[in-house]
Design a protein around this ligand. Structure first.
Ligand code: SAM
Length: 253
């Protein structure tokens, strides 16, 4: 069965059109907020974002000598989680199309002494500059929602993953308990944009966040999108009642 990808809300469509397209909007937004991005994540999630990345990194199940790709690596926190959750000889490549995010990430990787294991490259998740089957696992954390072509993104991740290798996708999702969902949206829609304004003078960027979550597929739909892109054995885990979901799949041999 083919799965439908929800279209952006009219508000989002207007923002993308005004900027010259979704990729331009997304890239320039992350360039703008790069210096406050990490602090905002810690504040918004009360530090839980680190635990969620850690859970996702364990799902990548990297063994000695493996190579991993982190798509939309941003300031590098998912790549760092992979490095911490894998043997010392595992090499991680992070790619992102925002130079601002990469600059913050490169400084952090160096400070942590991980520059021998983690490289941060400029690249586009919709067209990865790597040969077929180059990686044992491909991860993404809070990226897929930002892609202009989600099915195409998952096909591209599969192309660069070796047969038997894994994909791990950590993304916002939709809490299943209606009362919790109501509270979550109250916080997300009303509080987060003002936090963004206060911490980073970035009301617009942090109002994109709740709008983009509304437009994002629910976990079963995302699973079907991944299956349509050729991933096998796709399963997902809800964290914090479905605020986020981690999807894991295998590239069939
Ligand atoms: C919400 S941030 C996530 C950063 C990081 N993965 C983390 O765990 O904090 C999303 C990142 O995806 C990047 N991104 C979005 N679309 C992309 C694309 N098509 N190609 C490369 N990077 C992209 C953005 O520039 C941004 O750095």
């Amino acid at each position: 069965m083919s799965s439908s990808v929800p279209t952006p809300t009219p508000d989002l469509r207007a923002r993308f059109e005004a900027a010259g397209g979704k990729p331009v909007y997304v890239r320039s937004m992350f360039d703008r907020i790069a210096r406050v991005y990490d602090a905002m994540n810690r504040i918004m999630t009360g530090g839980l974002d680190g635990r969620w990345r850690d859970f996702a990194a364990r799902q990548a199940a990297l063994t000695t000598g493996a190579r991993a790709l982190d798509v939309g690596t941003g300031t590098g926190d998912m790549a760092i989680a992979l490095a911490r959750r894998s043997p010392e000889d595992v090499l991680i490549t992070g790619v992102d199309f925002s130079e601002g995010m990469l600059a913050v990430g490169r400084e952090k990787i160096k400070r942590l002494g991980l520059d021998g294991r983690v490289e941060m490259l400029r690249g586009d998740g919709q067209g990865l500059d790597f040969p077929d089957g180059a990686f044992d696992a491909v991860t993404s954390a809070w990226v897929v929602r930002n892609l202009s072509d989600i099915p195409g993104g998952f096909r591209e991740m599969r192309r660069v993953t070796r047969p038997g290798g894994r994909v791990v996708c950590l993304e916002m999702s939709h809490p299943h308990n209606p009362i919790f969902n109501w509270g979550f949206h109250l916080y997300f829609d009303r509080v987060i944009p003002w936090l963004g304004a206060l911490v980073g003078k970035a009301f617009d960027a942090y109002s994109y966040l709740p709008s983009s979550v509304v437009a994002h597929p629910d976990a079963p739909t995302l699973k079907r999108i991944m299956e349509d892109a050729g991933w096998a054995d796709v399963r997902y885990y809800y964290l914090m009642g479905g605020v986020v979901a981690v999807h894991v799949g295998t590239n069939p041999a």
